[in-house]
Design a protein around this ligand. Structure first.
Ligand code: ATP
Length: 541
């Protein structure tokens, strides 16, 4: 671990940003063509009538010591991906290789030794800790489950871990309800780190916390990574969290990775329109830009249903650049620039990959809305309307004009008029072919994948019980203490109800845990402004 740390530190010290790209580091986790489909069964015979394609063919690798951020809207399959790569759920297809070992089909027993190396931190600091167990019991559960006796004894080691995550060793005998959300998340982190894992998959580790506390927890994770040489996969829907901790970022949309790039490249020059839209949703506090106009892209509608994803590029129903090819042909994830892989026919900030296909789908013009930053002011409505019109200017029929339009939305009123008219005419056949038919049902289903997947008496996605069912019957305390955040806590994974769309946080046994009022909790250390984290983060990653 320390070796990794030194290597990283050295790399960062000598060569900034670019050359410290993690490419030369050893691959710790490799994921190839990974799929996870939840079957939908119907009728008395429970015949499979479809599947929720939560993860639908993704490839990536995680290098030792790096942090891979995974972002995307709710329902894109991020949590499912996290649970599958940690083998809390079985994949439907593809391959997962950890340290060169194929772990895709390992049984529960075969996975057990690996549970030490692969840990998970869950979103919900309230649901993931068994209220009937003391902190000491919770954090020491991994030792019990793995039959590990740390040097100096379990209690001493647990107290050391508590200190490591910024808690007091005195907290050993306290109960979860005595702690605030941030402190509970620290407890979850201490438990995840107990066995010195090599890979930590953190599923929305701070999204349940106050913004002020988020920075503390993110900083803590960052410090621990340096200290212990950890490798992280951090899942978040919020780019502002991932932005400051990731070396590379994978953007997921509807079960697919649409862009995977170094953090710097992604932020400076995003190529996938979806990435651009996600990024434009993150406000950048920059006093120098006050009063200036800049665009923000508001995506219309929800993520379509993963039961019947759109044809071709899955994003085409919401993309303002979508043309016919986007509807018919799925773009492959290609490395268009070194270290930047993108699946798009009409990428931003790069040459058009399908220049012959210039006619916008009729739905494309309504797919998004450009809103000036100043739209929050009184003129919001007006600006929004204007910007919407400008979206048309950013038509794929003039890729270069797009960049200009992006930078200066008003400038292209003329182009808009031209393109607009053309697009309308061009779009006619499209309309004839009922573009709505594609988009409408999806929009209706929208991110209601969950709703779709929800049991309607006769049709429901099969509740998934993970492979680790051997401890699944463990209901109460032990299972609870094990909680999901422990991979060895096979119990935990099973105890997750796996309700459709249920987040990873769904700690079954704790489901009935009283939601303790924050007020009761001992005060969290002075809130550190989120900005502090931001200032601290760019550490040469
Ligand atoms: N056990 C399950 N059975 C059936 N469908 C499921 C199950 N778990 C997840 N899904 C579905 O898979 C899709 C992806 O869900 P997932 O929770 O992985 O998305 P996500 O991107 O992590 O979203 P969120 O941030 O809201 O958790 C959703 O449509 C969800 O309803």
């Amino acid at each position: 671990m320390s070796e990794t740390k030194k290597t990283d530190a050295a790399a960062k010290a000598v060569v900034p940003e670019q050359a410290s790209a993690p490419d030369e580091r050893e691959v710790l986790l490799k994921v190839e063509s990974l799929t996870k489909h939840f079957p939908i069964r119907k009728g008395i015979l429970r015949r499979q009538v479809g599947a929720v394609k939560a993860v639908d063919g993704i490839d990536f690798e995680v290098r030792r010591g790096e942090t891979l951020g995974v972002v995307g809207e709710s329902g894109c399959g991020k949590s499912t991906m996290g649970r599958v790569i940690t083998r809390l759920q079985d994949p439907t297809g593809g391959q997962i290789t950890f340290e060169g070992q194929d772990i895709t089909r390992l049984s529960t027993g075969e996975m057990r030794p690996l549970r030490r190396d692969i840990q998970m931190i869950f979103q919900d600091p309230y649901g993931s800790l068994n209220p009937r167990h003391t902190i000491g019991s919770i954090v020491s559960a991994p030792f019990r489950l793995q039959g590990v006796e740390p040097e100096g004894g379990v209690k001493k080691e647990v107290q050391r871990l508590l200190e490591l995550v910024g808690l007091s060793p005195e907290h050993y005998n306290r109960y979860p309800h005595e702690f605030s959300g941030g402190q509970r998340q620290r407890i979850g982190i201490a438990r995840a780190l107990a066995l010195k894992p090599k890979l930590v998959v953190a599923d929305e580790p701070v999204s349940a916390l106050d913004v002020s506390i988020q920075a503390q927890v993110v900083n803590l994770m960052d410090d621990l990574q340096e200290e212990l040489g950890l490798t992280y996969v951090i899942i978040a829907h919020d780019l502002s969290v991932v932005r400051h901790v990731s070396d590379r970022i994978a953007v997921m949309y509807l079960g697919k990775i649409v862009e995977l790039a170094d953090r710097k490249a992604l932020y400076e020059s995003p190529m996938h329109p979806y990435t651009k839209a996600l990024m434009s949703a993150v406000p950048v506090p920059d006093p120098q830009r006050r009063g200036q106009k800049s665009e923000r892209i508001l995506l219309r509608g929800d993520v379509p249903s993963p039961i019947a994803p759109p044809s071709g590029c899955r994003f085409h129903t919401r993309c303002w650049k979508a043309t016919q090819i986007c509807k018919t042909t799925e773009p492959p994830l290609l490395e268009l620039r070194p270290g930047q892989r993108v699946a798009c026919h009409h990428p931003e900030n790069f040459a058009d990959q399908a220049p012959q296909d210039t006619v916008l789908l009729s739905a494309a013009k309504e797919a998004s809305e450009l809103v000036p930053d100043t739209a929050t002011s009184a003129g919001a409505e007006e600006s929004g309307a204007q910007a919407t019109a400008e979206t048309g200017a950013a038509s794929p029929s003039a890729p270069d004009a797009k960049a200009t339009a992006d930078a200066k939305p008003e400038a292209d009123a003329k182009a808009e008029a031209d393109n607009g008219a053309k697009a309308k005419a061009d779009a006619k056949p499209e309309a004839d072919s009922k573009p709505e038919a594609d988009t409408k049902p999806e929009a209706d289903n929208g991110a209601k994948a969950k709703a779709d997947a929800e049991p309607e008496a006769t049709s429901e996605p099969e509740p998934e019980t993970s492979s680790e069912s051997e401890t699944g019957s463990e209901t109460s305390d032990e299972a609870g203490s094990a909680s999901e955040s422990e991979p060895e806590a096979e119990a935990a994974s099973e105890s997750e109800p796996e309700a459709p769309g249920g987040s990873a946080s769904g700690a079954g046994p704790e489901a009935g845990a009283p939601a303790e009022p924050e007020a009761e909790a001992p005060a969290e250390p002075a809130a550190e402004p989120a900005k502090q984290a931001k200032a601290k983060k760019p550490r040469g990653k």
